[in-house]
Design a protein. Structure first.
Length: 320
């Protein structure tokens, strides 16, 4: 028997949860009917990331209605990355999928993903969007530039348009769980652990209900996690900029000395000098900020704080 665990991070998704369960239940029944040689079992692991609406209540209702539905509830909002990690850690299946609850990750792709892994050559089947139809242009533009930039400065390839939606075998899941770092960037982690991955493309799908939780500010902070987590190029850039400005300042000193000796006018030009001072000070602060970003990540890692804290789970309900 094969068991497929599906990890579904949720934050304020009370509107999308019932729609997702209905669609996912249809897919599970279809897969059970089409798979004759191997018996299939499923578990849906809903991870409540400190929701403030009725998300947890609906999870509990689904758990009572369908024993395949499990839930984990955080003590507060720890972020999607922590929710993915918690779900992977709780998953019991020999195949584990990560999927968004808003149906932007089409559950209908799951049968094809499973059959590809069953063949044995690939360890993971991942998805990426072939189009960004329906997404704001500025967001699409910034996303594409981010992927280009991070792939240039990092040795870990992060596919443009890649989603967190993927199905992995147990070996890859265990490898991902070994990377128990506090500052997590799953797209980079999936790429870093390696393994053979098959990519499936699909057209962008609108949310089934509710609104996106990813503002431009959150996406920017998330992109910083990816850059600082999988590349030290910004540190090298800071050092290179420092060397260039030292060389430039040396040349300017030579120019000023020659100019004073030839024309005897060392006082004029103070406005441009003030601008240069401000510019150099800005570059110094920028470089200090880059170093500070890496130091802050190191500081958080050395504290060894838990990635998440559980407040409630379906297992607690069973014991009670």
């Amino acid at each position: 028997m094969d068991k497929i665990s599906v990890v579904i991070p949720c934050w304020n998704e009370e509107e999308a949860l019932p729609i997702y369960y209905k669609e996912m239940n249809r897919v599970m029944e279809s897969m059970n009917q089409k798979t004759e040689k191997v018996a299939l079992d499923f578990e849906l692991i809903f991870v409540d990331d400190g929701s403030l609406d009725g998300t947890l209540r609906i999870m509990k209702e689904l758990n009572q209605k369908d024993t395949r539905c499990r839930y984990l509830s955080f003590s507060r909002n720890f972020g999607k990355e922590a929710a993915i990690y918690a779900g992977l850690k709780a998953a019991e299946g020999n195949y584990v999928a990560v999927m968004d609850v808003d149906l932007q990750d089409p559950p209908a792709l799951l049968p094809d993903m499973y059959h590809i892994l069953r063949e044995g050559y690939y360890d993971s089947v991942a998805t990426k969007r072939s189009t960004r139809t329906g997404e704001p242009r500025i967001r699409s533009f910034l996303s594409e530039r981010f992927y280009r930039f991070v792939n240039r400065i990092s040795k870990t390839e992060i596919v443009n348009g890649a989603r967190d939606y993927r199905l992995m075998n147990r070996k890859m899941v265990d490898a991902v769980l070994e990377m128990s770092e506090y500052n997590r960037f799953s797209k980079g982690i999936f790429g870093w652990v390696g393994f053979r991955t098959k990519w499936l493309e699909f057209e962008n799908v609108e949310r089934s209900a509710g609104e996106t939780k990813w503002s431009l500010k959150k996406l920017f902070c998330y992109s910083l996690e990816g850059i600082t987590g999988f590349s030290v190029a910004p540190l090298s850039l800071a050092a290179i900029v420092g060397v260039l400005f030292c060389g430039l300042s040396f040349l300017l000193i030579v120019v000023i000395i020659v100019r004073t000796l030839v024309w005897g006018d060392p006082v004029s030009g103070w406005p441009s000098l003030a601008c240069i001072i401000f510019m150099v000070s800005g570059v110094q602060l920028l470089c200090t900020g880059i170093v500070g970003q890496y130091l802050s990540k190191t500081y958080l890692e050395t504290k060894h704080r838990p990635i998440f804290i559980l407040r409630d789970s379906s297992e607690d309900g069973e014991r009670n």
